[in-house]
Design a protein around this ligand. Sequence first.
Ligand code: HEM
Length: 132
Amino acid sequence: MMTLPDITTEADVALFVARFYERIRQDPDLGPIFNTVAQVDWPTHLPNIERFWSTMLLNTGTYTGNPMPVHFNLARKTPIRPAHFDQWLALFRQTLTEHFAGERTNEALLRAQGIATVMQGRLAGMDLLVEN
Ligand code: HEM
């Protein structure tokens, strides 16, 4: 049986971020939110997300933004549903567990889950989370 490595370097983060957003942009429901609604500039977005996850998992302190208002603004432009979060998390889990396993990999999954829960709670509190 092959043992997968844990996430240990910024190169590992860059790898899962690249693979994750390849899936996101091809997803029939999430892809258009990124490409059409937000018109994400991928060459800018990917390094920013790498800094976010490096800061979460490797304590690099390179991410200084705040993802919450970004998603509140997004939800004012297009309906965001719990199902979008479920799909986001499913793709995140698939990507991570395909390449990595271990303590930090589990931490990444827990952090993503936790942030998604907080984000949905705050969107719901502002009446910005549309029912499935
Ligand atoms: C329904 C689920 C989600 C959708 C549709 C979504 C969509 C987006 C989009 C479109 C952007 C880019 C906005 C822009 O550049 O104009 C963005 C940024 C970002 N997202 Fe999400 N997102 C989701 C969930 C999450 C979750 C669960 C996390 C964290 C675990 C997350 C972390 C981030 C971060 C860190 C940024 C960059 C914020 C910044 O510094 O500008 N997203 N998201």
